[in-house]
Design a protein around this ligand. Structure first.
Ligand code: MLC
Length: 520
């Protein structure tokens, strides 16, 4: 009879030895290289991201998918660490690519580890967070690795809108690999240590002869400012992971739930007299829309998304009376708050994100119109601007619009006017709703009269005043029911909170369709 106890001890020891081998990943030298490059290892990142003690790992003993070029190759953990944990007590699923193992490259079994936790996340209705640090498709595994990407992209698309998907880019993310993050709801990058591109500097040099560094081509600075590919950037791994935790606090677990509430001691009826000094009636004086938002929301806390991209429009999350709202606001400080292609894309995407995840939308309007110009027209502002209209109309979450000052022309509609589906529209006494500004309007409508006049300048001034007196106010629109009420600036927080409360159980049906066809 063998000694059962001894046999069991040996089995346990074997499991522990195997596990230790996997946990060591590519070994201390490669881990050291990660640290020297200013990066954490895959497991250190998980520890920083999740609540302490909440980690439950899966697929620890998965091995690589084989093939002639993989004979004799060891890949402990298969280059990715996968499992579940909690963030502020709420369950999330995580995959963390391990650059110390074959450069975190993605092969067949690596992809299987990832898709397993994606499927579990979908079945249990929880967010998925991907920590990306990978050299891309595993060259030795050929088409199997491409297929692996396909399996992940497919799920990214299928689960889109069902559960939140967040990507943190903490190292290389190149070639086909970029499309998984691009298909998720939010992309966060780490400043200085991460990059994303379809083809790298060497290929670009050989094809187009352009000289560009990794960072200039696809670093966090470029993607959060110019391309709009990334939504937020942190200063290094720790900061980026902190941002992921913060972002999650504004999102529900899945499309069937509402975002968590956040208790606040900020009174729901707090008056905001400070806004009387911010929004002055002189239409030419810009003001900081950030100041307006911070005055209105709980604890002056606005979690801005894409703060450096298309700064003419602001989007982000905040709480009103403890409940999450998504805010879309023109920013008169930048390009006079006009709407252009990038602003339309940014806003439309954000509106749809809010709608997917049951987040009511507050729209703050101060807009003179779409940005005029040949470049914008030729680049398709019609197609892009249409996305905003579509996204607002499509959204069934509570939608409240507040016109702070100007709201002119097509942009009036694109900023969620009543006709475009706003549930309630408010205006401040400083608001003006018109087809265009008084100067432009007078020049067109009274051109002949001005030309014929003995004193064209005086006639022009008189006509401008006439137009202003008629339309430069909220009352024409209010009289026709396009504005539900003109409200006191200092009373706005209370009014907004009560209005969103009123809309809390809004239920709006749409006609049967397979899915809509948003202009792209
Ligand atoms: C990402 C890098 C810039 C990182 O450079 P570093 O100097 O930091 O690291 P490194 O080159 O020493 O790589 C670390 C370890 O990962 C291995 N390694 C790197 N890239 C790999 C890959 N794609 N497949 C398999 N192994 C790979 C290296 O051999 C090395 O192993 P060891 O530690 O044992 O020495 C570089 O590795 C690189 O350019 N890799 C190739 C990227 C690429 O072309 N991927 C395929 C994309 S095609 C694709 O995704 C499909 C598409 O584009 O559509």
């Amino acid at each position: 009879m063998p000694d059962l106890n001894l046999e069991l001890q040996e089995l346990v020891a074997e499991m522990e030895a195997r596990r230790a081998n996997v946990v060591a990943g590519g070994g201390p030298d490669r881990a050291k290289k990660q640290h020297e490059g200013g990066k954490m290892t895959a497991r250190e990142r998980i520890e920083h991201l999740l609540d302490s003690g909440s980690w439950l790992e899966f697929s620890t003993f998965t091995e690589h998918g084989g093939g002639p070029l993989m004979r004799g190759v060891e890949a402990p953990g298969e280059g990715v660490v996968t499992g579940r944990g909690t963030i502020n007590g709420r369950q999330v699923f995580v995959f963390s690519q391990d650059f110390t193992v074959l450069g975190g490259s993605l092969g067949k079994m690596n992809a299987q580890k990832v898709t397993k936790i994606m499927d579990l996340a979908a079945k249990t209705g929880c967010p998925v967070i991907g920590l990306n640090d990978s050299a891309g498709a595993r060259i030795q595994e050929g088409v199997d690795s491409l297929s692996g990407y396909g399996e992940i992209f497919y799920r990214n698309a299928i689960y889109s809108g069902a559960i939140p998907q967040i990507s943190a880019i903490l190292g290389p993310c190149a070639g086909g690999a970029v499309y998984s993050p691009a298909l998720t709801d939010f992309v966060l990058m780490s400043e200085g240590t991460s990059y994303m591109f379809i083809t790298g500097p060497e290929v670009i040099k050989s094809v187009t002869r352009e000289d560009v560094t990794f960072d200039e081509l696809g670093g966090a600075h470029v993607h959060t400012r110019r391309s709009g590919v990334a939504h937020l950037a942190g200063q290094g791994d720790e900061d980026t992971l902190r941002l992921v935790r913060s972002l999650l606090a504004y999102l529900p677990q899945n499309a069937k739930e509402k975002p968590p509430t956040r208790p606040t001691s900020d009174p729901v009826d707090r008056a905001t007299p400070e806004l009387l000094d911010v929004v002055v009636p002189d239409q030419r004086k810009p003001y900081a829309m950030h100041d307006v938002i911070e005055s209105l929301v709980d604890d002056a806390t606005f979690f801005e998304i894409q703060p450096h991209f298309a700064r003419n429009i602001l989007v982000g999350f905040a709480h009103l009376g403890g409940k999450v709202v998504g805010i879309v606001a023109n920013n008169p400080k930048f390009m006079a708050g006009t709407l252009n292609i990038d602003a339309s894309d940014k806003a439309a995407r954000f509106i749809r994100t809010c709608d997917c995840f049951n987040i009511p939308i507050l729209t703050l309007v101060d807009v003179t119109g779409f940005l005029p110009g040949v470049a914008q027209e030729h680049a398709g502002i019609i197609r892009h601007g249409a996305k905003m209209l579509y996204a607002y109309a499509e959204a069934t979450v509570p939608k409240v619009t507040l016109i702070t000052r100007k709201s002119y022309g097509g942009a009036y509609l694109a900023m969620n006017s009543r006709d475009m589906g706003a549930d309630v529209v408010y205006a401040w006494p400083t608001a003006a709703v018109a087809v265009m500004g008084a100067e432009g309007a007078a020049n067109i409508v009274y051109r002949r009269e001005i030309q014929k006049s003995d004193n064209p300048a005086a006639t022009r001034a008189e006509k401008i005043k006439q137009y202003k007196d008629t339309f430069d106010n909220p009352y024409v629109a209010a009289a026709k029911g396009y504005i539900d009420d003109v409200i006191a600036i200092e009373d706005t927080r209370r009014v907004l909170i009560q209005t969103f409360e009123m809309l809390e159980h809004k239920d709006e049906a749409r006609p049967y369709k397979k899915h809509g066809n948003i202009p792209l």
